[in-house]
Each structure stands twice: as C-alpha cells, then as structure tokens.
Design a protein around this ligand. Structure first.
Ligand SMILES: NC(=O)c1ccc[n+]([C@@H]2O[C@H](COP(=O)([O-])OP(=O)(O)OC[C@H]3O[C@@H](n4cnc5c(N)ncnc54)[C@H](O)[C@@H]3O)[C@@H](O)[C@H]2O)c1
Length: 458
C-alpha cells in the first residue's frame, strides 16, 4: 500500500515509516521538517494548514497515517492558538484532502489522555469520555470527532488509535525516561516526587509503530483502539531501572505534589482481539534499548555537542540546512537548464529567417503566457493573494491583447500579425515554457522551497 505519514519526521512517525517499509508498504512523509532519520523516503515538505499541498501529497495513496500535531503538552500550553490550528483544524484539513484525493482511510493518532474518569478506574474504547481539561486533549478529541463526522457525511473510513505513553529511541529529551537517562549519564541524581508511586502505562515506540501498521487491516475500518501495554510502571521503578542500566547516581526524593493523578487503567484487549496486537517489549528491555541508542547517538555526535539534548536538536537542524542547500542547488541547475532550452528555441526560430516583427510577436506571446501561468499557479490558491493573482493575470492579458491584437499595439511595439507557421511555433513555445515552469514549480514544492499556495483547487 502507498501510505502518507503526516509527522513522519517526528518521534513516533519515523518509527511508523520504518515499519511500513519493513512490512513492504510504500510510505511517503508529509512534514514541515525533513526527516533527520531517513533520506531514502519520498518526502513532501508542507504545513497541515496547506490543504492544496496535502491533497497533492495524497494523490495515489491508499491510506493516510495522521501523526503530525503539536504533541508536547507544555508547548500546547505555551502556544494554544497555533496548537489548536495544528491539532484540530490540521486534522480537518487532512480529512478534507483525503476526501478530495479519494484516499480510502485516515488513521488518526490520538491519546489515552482523552479518558478522564476516576484514578484507577478501568476504561476501554466504549467508555464514556468526559470533558477534557487540557487544550491538548481537547484538540486531539476534536480530531477524533472530525474523523467520525467525515465517515458519517462522506463515507471516508477512519481508524482512531489512542496511544499510551511512548518511549524509546528518538524520544523527546524532556519526557521522563529520556530525562532520567540523561541525568544519570551526566552523573546527576534522579529526582522523584513523594514515594514515586505514581504509575503510568508506557508503550515501547516500536511496538506502537507496529500497531499503527496493523491498523491498515480492513477489520480496523471505523474502529477505535487503545494501543497500550498491559502493565503499569511507577516513577520509582523507572528511576531504579535507569540507575541499574546507566549509573548508580542516587535518587533524591522531593515533596509529593498535591493529589498526583494516578491515571485511569486503560484496556488494550480490543487491539489484541481484533488486530492481534500486543505491546511485546517489556519495560526493562525497552529502556535498555533506549539507553543503547542514546549511547550510540551521542558517540556519533561531534565531541563539543555531546550534551544529549543539544546534539539531537543540532543534528536535525544541520540535516535540514544540508537538504535546503541541496534543493537550492537543484533548483538553480533547473533554472539554468530551462533558460538554456528556451534560448536555444528562440535562436533556432531566429535562424529560420523570419521577419523581426514575427519573432517579436512570438516572444511577447510566450512571455504573456508565462506571466499569466505563474500568477495563477503561484498566487491563486492562497486566499490572501487571490486578488493579486486575478489583477496580475488580467493586466498581462490586457497588455497582450493590446500589443498583439490591435493595430496600435502592432505599431507601438513593432509586432506583426503572426503567419500560420509562427502560430504553430508560438503554440509549441507556449507549451514548452509552461511545461518547464510547471516542472520547476513542482520540483521546488517537493523540495520545500515553495510551501504555500501552489495550485488552484478544482
Ligand atoms: N509523544 C507522546 O507522548 C504521544 C502520546 C499520545 C499520542 N501522541 C500523538 O502521536 C502523534 C505523534 O507524536 P510524536 O511524539 O511523534 O510528536 P513529534 O513532535 O515527535 O512529531 C510530530 C511531527 O509533526 C510535525 N508537525 C507538527 N506540526 C505540524 C504542522 N502544522 N504541519 C506539518 N507538520 C507538523 C513535526 O515537524 C514533527 O515531525 C501526535 O499526533 C501526538 O498527538 C503522542
């Protein structure tokens, strides 16, 4: 299957991409950033706000795994408007683009945080969901609701996956496992609140990714699944495990936070029964693999950057810069090549011995066609520049009509009414110029040089 993975450059998405490849599928990444982990996968750089770009990226896809989101609750709290736009309206755009592109199914990454309920209460996919407290959960829940609405209204299949708390290679440094491992590696003691008995259901990221791939199964159409492990781990157990695996740097106990929420107990039975999926990796094995990855990753980073967080971030940025340089070089090579082809075309026509006025008409027509094409192609799809697009295209068309089709224009610009052979040459030239421009724009768009508004919607 050809599967578009939004957020395929991120923590969980990158593992989903790996496992899709392993399972023989063809993933395509859609993300605002290039993947720091793979450069062998087709990548469409774009924003979730760019409906046109999303739809183009989905063309020919059988399914979409929608993971792109503002996924860090602290970031969401800092940037509520941008986060809502990404999580709620971004999901709406993904669904609308899928509808437009004729994609069969959208698989949506949600979270077990949508379960409210009493501490320790057992919940499953049929449990009633209360009103969410956090904007992150509210915006993720909005995405779930939009999936259902699109199924109801337009028959677009969905699968909602409510992820447990993921950990493993490539995790964000601020999460609890990476933070403890980072501290222990730096020789610092680990801090635990109260007795450290708050428990969480973690899920190893590669297990989670395999659950996403299993959700492509026809049985998962219009179903919701919790992807969680079947055992809980306390914060103290994590600290003790990290001490054992990394270094015995000691545990410091701080005051218990008031009424620390233990969390509901989420059942993963449905995923096991219907998808044959369980989180197979034990917590000890998963953390041990994470530590191994972290050591390898830090050993690969330049010596001056060995403080983990900076190393991960800088690696992504330098990879992105390298990509942009490569893209710019490709675009420049393309522009020079296209100009050479066009110059050769005009020189070839000039050598036919046609009168200058005829060649002038041909050149003016080709330029006008290019101008109208570019103003529509680059400006029309963005509502902010739509008026500008219409004005520019109209002005160029009016100037062309005046110059080429009226006797005054002919005189003023020394042009002639085209002969039959010049009309044929002009049509060929216009087709050539538009084909070259269109290929150039689509190349620039694929490389992320043009992110917004590239083609008018039908
Ligand atoms: N990490 C968790 O603890 C957790 C838990 C449950 C559910 N989830 C869900 O899983 C999904 C993936 O989470 P993650 O931890 O891999 O996050 P991540 O931040 O590592 O990856 C998200 C990716 O989406 C991209 N992205 C973000 N906003 C975008 C936008 N507006 N346009 C285009 N690309 C955009 C980012 O560049 C990034 O590559 C999210 O939907 C998240 O809500 C995460």
């Amino acid at each position: 299957m050809k599967v578009l993975v939004t957020g395929g450059s991120g923590f969980i998405g990158s593992h989903v991409v790996d496992q899709l490849v392993e399972a023989g599928h063809k993933p395509v990444i859609y993300d605002r950033l290039p993947s720091p982990f793979r450069d062998d996968i087709q990548t469409e750089l774009g924003e979730l706000s760019d409906l046109t770009m999303l739809e183009l990226a989905m063309s020919g896809c059988d399914a979409v795994m929608h993971l792109a989101a503002a996924a860090d609750v602290n970031e969401v709290a800092k940037m509520p408007v941008e986060s809502e736009a990404a999580n709620a309206r971004g999901t709406l755009n993904v669904l609308e683009a899928a509808r437009g592109a004729g994609v069969k199914r959208v698989i949506y990454a949600s979270t077990i945080w949508v379960y409210t309920g009493e501490s320790g209460e057992r919940v499953d996919e049929e449990s009633n969901l209360g009103m969410p407290n956090h904007l992150y959960t509210a915006s993720k829940l909005a995405g779930e609701m939009y999936c259902r609405s699109y199924n109801e209204l337009y028959d677009l299949e969905f699968t909602v996956l409510r992820f447990g708390i993921p950990y493993g290679p490539r995790a964000r440094p601020a999460a609890v496992v990476p933070a403890f491992v980072g501290k222990a590696m730096d020789g610092q003691p680990l801090t635990v609140a109260g007795a450290g008995d708050q428990s969480r259901r973690f899920v190893y990221v590669e297990d989670l990714a395999s659950g996403c791939v299993k959700a492509l199964d026809p049985v998962a159409a219009n179903r919701t699944y919790n992807l969680v492990s079947d055992s809980s781990v306390t914060i103290l157990e994590i600290a003790e495990l990290v001490q054992e695996l990394v270094a015995p740097t000691g545990i410091e106990y701080t005051e218990q936070r008031t009424a620390d929420y233990v969390g509901v107990e989420v059942s993963g039975v449905r995923a096991e029964e219907e998808l044959g999926w369980t989180a197979e990796t034990s917590f000890a094995d998963g953390v041990s693999r994470y530590v191994e990855w972290r050591r390898e990753d830090e050993a690969l980073a330049p010596v001056s950057l060995q403080s983990s967080t900076a190393a991960v971030a800088t690696k992504s940025i330098s990879d992105a810069v390298l990509r942009v340089r490569k893209s710019t070089a490709t675009a420049l090579a393309y522009a020079v090549g296209s100009l050479a082809i066009l110059t050769a075309y005009v020189i070839a026509i000039d050598s036919l011995g046609l009168p200058d006025a005829q060649v002038g008409t041909l050149a003016v027509t080709m330029s006008a066609a290019l101008g109208v094409f570019l103003s529509i192609e680059l400006l029309w799809s963005n509502p902010k520049t739509r008026t500008l697009s219409a004005i520019t295209a109209s002005l160029i068309s009016a100037a062309f009509v005046f110059a080429v089709l009226t006797p005054w224009g002919h005189k003023m610009f020394h042009l002639a009414t085209p002969s039959r052979s010049v009309i044929i040459l002009t049509i060929t030239g216009v087709a050539l110029v538009i084909a070259l421009a269109s290929a150039g724009i689509s190349l620039a768009r694929r490389r992320g040089l043009i992110a917004e508004g590239a083609r008018a919607r039908a």
